[in-house]
Design a binder for this molecule. Structure first.
Ligand code: ZN
Length: 87
């Protein structure tokens, strides 16, 4: 899955946002690194494009809005509905 290519202006804007909104450190370095990768901006769960506005708000986002946005781990546990069996 590949994201559509950003325009140079969009990439530039994201790069600026990353530098200003994230604290220096591993997360920022990773976000800057991922920006150059072909699958940057692709939701890790459903493979769809993450909206540019969402990336602008959170350049480190790995999930699209439908899948939980931001940095939500996205772990959804299925509730156990069955009661213990009685023999
Ligand atoms: Zn998704």
């Amino acid at each position: 899955m590949r994201y559509h290519h950003f325009t140079l202006e969009q990439r530039d804007a994201l790069q600026r946002t990353i530098r200003t909104s994230l604290h220096p450190g591993r997360e920022r370095d990773e976000a800057l690194g991922r920006l150059g990768e072909p699958d940057y901006g692709v939701c890790e769960r459903c493979g769809r494009d993450i909206a540019f506005v969402l990336l602008e708000a959170d350049p480190a986002a790995r999930l699209c809005r439908a899948c939980g946005g931001a940095e939500a781990p996205g772990e959804v546990r299925a509730p156990r509905g069955s009661r213990a069996d009685r023999a």
